[in-house]
Design a protein around this ligand. Structure first.
Ligand SMILES: [Zn+2]
Ligand SMILES: [Zn+2]
Length: 263
């Protein structure tokens, strides 16, 4: 009898970094793409970057176990980037109790907004919240932050995207590799030195024609400036309807839901 065992194949050797893209959509879930979510793995440590409203669904479809996450990293407090937090916390209360600590990292007010959202969506939730709270640790990052958490180093830069709150781009060093992420951002020359030297740069690309919307990137501008990004590989994500409608004209590499990359 032949028994076939299906396993998630990992191209990771010792060290290294692996990225699995849970969701590449924008706030409108254009073309049915899942909203923002990224799993970043190095041996023994897993970061979930961005928790969009659809991220728990995407995670389970791709066979990730919620209890395995060591860190949640959020770029900014827009719903398509952190609106899935109540579902993740509910998962930890009922379905996948936390046995190990979870560090939740992001801009100021993340903790307060997460719990406000949770109480709005699931009022009067009774299970053992104190037990879950004892496993959670919130860490606040601000523009210019440069912190070491577990095996990872994270640097943050403010992006032109939100007026009052901070919206952050990140640079993550782990497993001897570096991954840069624009978060949501309008065009800014500051991104060029911030991402320079990264092995992989995930860059948002929400618009194509709407070049007047200065709080998001548009494709023509990224295409015109591609040579100025000194990175090993650049992949467009957070793609909106305008970009997807003109897929045939996109020359830069574009992410898709479920994409896996050995960095
Ligand atoms: Zn967004
Ligand atoms: Zn946003």
């Amino acid at each position: 009898m032949i028994i076939t065992v299906f396993m998630r194949k990992s191209p990771l050797g010792p060290g290294g970094l692996e990225l699995t893209i849970l969701g590449t959509g924008d706030a409108f879930a254009s073309h049915g793409r899942f909203q923002s979510g990224y799993m970043i793995d190095s041996p023994g440590y897993r970061i979930m970057m961005e928790v969009g409203p659809t991220s728990l669904c995407a995670m389970k479809r791709m066979d990730f176990k919620p209890a395995d996450i060591d860190m949640v990293l959020i770029s900014h407090l827009h719903g398509d980037h952190f609106g899935g937090m109540p579902f993740l916390l509910l998962e930890y209360l009922y379905e996948s109790p936390r046995r190990k600590p979870l560090t939740i990292v992001g801009p100021p007010h993340l903790e307060e907004r997460t719990w406000r959202l949770f109480r709005t969506m699931f009022p009067g939730t009774k299970p053992d919240l104190p037990r879950l709270l004892s496993k959670l640790k919130f860490v606040v990052l601000e523009p210019g932050s440069n912190v070491k958490i577990g095996p990872t180093r994270i640097r943050a830069m403010r992006t032109p995207h939100m007026k009052r709150d901070f919206s952050l781009a990140y640079r993550i060093e782990m497993g001897g590799k570096s991954l840069a992420f624009s978060g949501d951002s309008g065009w800014t020359e500051d991104l060029l030195p911030f991402v320079a030297g990264a092995d992989l740069f995930l860059c948002e690309c929400t618009y194509f024609e709407s070049t007047q919307l200065a709080f998001h990137m548009n494709y023509p501008q990224l295409d015109a400036n591609r040579a100025r990004f000194d990175v090993g590989r650049m992949i467009l994500t957070h793609v909106g309807r305008e970009v997807l409608d003109r897929n045939g004209e996109i020359k830069l590499e574009m992410a898709h839901d479920g994409m896996r990359i050995a960095v």
